[in-house]
Design a protein around this ligand. Structure first.
Ligand code: OOB
Length: 565
């Protein structure tokens, strides 16, 4: 027990003499931790020491590329040191949480590693998170600082930051990359950095969960567990010094950060190219220019890229690995991607909570087209169970439970939720429905969690329902998925108006939710009005019936014609 659950003070010395920097996390049981150390998964590395080792080993190699900028490993280390001095000067110290909301730019990694240097913990907000998510993340983590770009893709993060300062009492600093406006520039003088804690079982970062409840959850990832996640992923994906990884998905997301992602490319001594222009014109030109060898995409983007190869003239021959994950890739779409790019496709079924499944680079075609891969670690424990947690017969579909050396044992400060999100013996309930093939590969067949997977962007139905319920004309609401050819799913909100009121239409509801600061990808794609929501025999909202109704409506019916209540 090295980062004690339930400790109320943020920094205290344990019986073993180590410094706890974070309360509210659930440690692995000692015997499992011992096993993960004995098997060499947990090597006692910390991300600060890792960066230093990389910079010593090959200071002049290119670590990061962004537009015309190239940063060597020594340059990245120097940039991280500068930011660490800056943050230290502002009083940011070991154990402090800092919400980091930067797009795919080198400063993301300068700040990430600066925080590692200080022993402070980055909370990795997504670029599209807005006031609702940011204020929640700041409050939940009691963040002392929030790091933002000035304006990104037309959105002024300084204005959002000003609101966050008002609404999150613990927030003391807003640091801006670029024109700071009323806030503090990230660039600037600082002070010497005191030696930070150096315990590999401390929390290194907090990832945001896709979520199934009213508000996003935070996932503590320790140095030991995340370093293993990165190293084992890099090995499985055969990353090496010649790897040039293109980060086209947000690096704040687990996939592009550490699966193997930018950190995997750095771990292997390779280069990471950063962009947030995943459209094929821009991405293909960049891939040709940098001779990109590996990248990761969500299924809709992979399909768009596959279609674009028909007319694009860029030379993509350096590409050896095209990872696709985050949402279901249908076999026919996998085939299209394979036809377009050759035998470089890898399916990835992962989660910010931990467990990663990859199809092996040399897996037979059939496996690559029809499965979502095999667990990364021999110590990943998998159970496929029915609704009473009984194992289903081999090869049948059931709920996926998992525990292992890089899967969380509890969400951050979420005792009540943790009581149902995990089994008594520490398995995480993924909420995914899977089937296991005789070779141990998993096929994702669906899910039981109330989440909409909008082309890889996760939308918790309960979060949108809660926000919509604030609308003065809304009495009741239920959010469900509707099938969509490109995104796989979109969101449909059923709304019951208050007596005498008119339910908001799509545009009004969208404006209302944006005004409340909800991330744009969570705004429902469709709104349907009902007189009442259907209920099950036990009186709960019948989401199954509503999902079916939404599907029919999207296919061209009308709510009232379908004879709903
Ligand atoms: C990745 O992480 P999250 O945390 O955004 O979402 C996890 C959930 C999974 O529980 C599953 O429901 C879904 O996303 N998912 C897939 C999938 N990959 C993820 N569903 C079907 N097929 C797949 N291949 O999405 C993530 C994290 C690391 C690497 C890759 C993806």
């Amino acid at each position: 027990n090295t980062f004690g659950a339930g400790n109320k003070s943020p920094a205290r010395t344990s019986q073993k003499g180590w410094i706890h920097v974070l309360d509210g996390c659930t440690p692995w049981p000692d015997e499992l931790a011992a096993r993960y150390r004995a098997s060499g998964h947990w090597r006692g590395e910390t991300f600060d020491r890792l960066l230093r080792a990389w910079a010593r080993a090959h200071p002049h190699r290119t670590a990061l590329v962004h537009r015309e900028r190239r940063l060597s490993y020594a340059g990245l280390e120097a940039a991280a040191d500068r930011v660490a001095r800056r943050l230290a000067g502002l009083g940011i110290a070991a154990g402090d949480r800092v919400v980091l909301q930067l797009p795919n730019i080198p400063e993301f990694f300068a700040v990430f590693f600066a925080l590692q240097r200080l022993g402070a913990v980055p909370v990795l907000a997504l670029p599209l998170h807005r006031r609702s998510e940011i204020v929640h993340l700041c409050r939940l983590s009691e963040a002392v600082a929030y790091v933002v770009p000035d304006v990104h893709q037309g959105f002024d993060h300084r204005e959002l930051a000003a609101e966050a300062l008002k609404e999150a009492p613990g927030l003391r600093h807003v640091l801006v990359v670029g024109d700071p406006g009323p806030h503090t520039p990230l660039d600037g003088p600082g002070t010497d950095v005191p030696a930070g804690p150096d315990d590999p079982s401390d929390v290194a970062l907090l990832l945001v969960s896709g979520g199934t409840t009213g508000l996003p959850k935070l996932i503590p990832r320790t140095h030991d567990d995340y370093a293993y996640n990165v190293r084992a992923s890099a090995e499985t994906c055969r990353f090496g010094p010649d790897t040039v990884y293109l980060a086209a998905l947000p690096v704040a997301h687990n996939f592009a950060l550490g699966c193997p992602g930018v950190l995997g490319a750095l771990h292997a001594g390779g280069t990471a190219v950063l962009t947030d222009e995943p459209d094929p014109d821009a991405a293909f030109a960049l891939m040709e220019r940098e001779r990109v060898t590996a990248t990761a995409l969500v299924p809709p983007t992979a399909r768009i890229w596959a279609a674009a190869t028909e007319w694009a003239e860029a030379d993509l021959t350096a590409l050896r690995l095209l990872q696709v994950g985050g949402a279901r890739l249908l076999p026919e779409h996998a085939q299209q991607v394979r036809d377009a790019f050759g035998p470089v496709l890898q399916q990835v079924f992962g989660m910010a909570e931990g467990l990663l499944n990859y199809t092996e680079p040399d897996a037979p075609q059939d496996v690559v087209l029809h499965t979502q891969g095999r667990p990364l670690s021999l110590d990943d424990e998998i159970r496929v169970v029915d609704e009473h947690d009984r194992d289903v017969p081999p090869g049948t579909t059931g709920r996926l439970l998992t525990r292992g050396p890089y899967t969380l044992r509890g969400y951050y400060r979420a005792d009540e939720h943790n009581a149902t999100a995990f089994t008594a013996d520490g398995y995480y309930r993924t909420g995914d429905l899977v089937r296991r093939t005789p070779t141990g590969h998993l096929v994702v067949e669906g899910r039981v969690k109330e989440q909409i997977n909008r082309g890889g962007d996760k939308v918790a139905a309960a979060e949108v329902e809660e926000q919509l319920a604030h609308h003065p004309a809304v009495l009741d609401t239920a959010v469900v998925p509707v099938p969509d050819d490109l995104l796989g799913e979109r969101t449909c909100a059923f709304v019951v108006p208050r007596p005498g009121a008119t339910a908001p239409g799509r545009n009004e509801a969208a404006a209302f939710l944006r005004e409340r600061g909800l991330a744009p990808y969570k705004v429902p794609d469709r709104i349907e009005t009902l007189d009442a929501l259907p209920v099950t025999a036990v009186g709960k909202t019948d989401k199954k019936a509503l999902t079916e109704l939404a599907r029919k409506l999207a296919a061209g019916g009308s709510a009232r014609k379908e004879g709903n209540p």
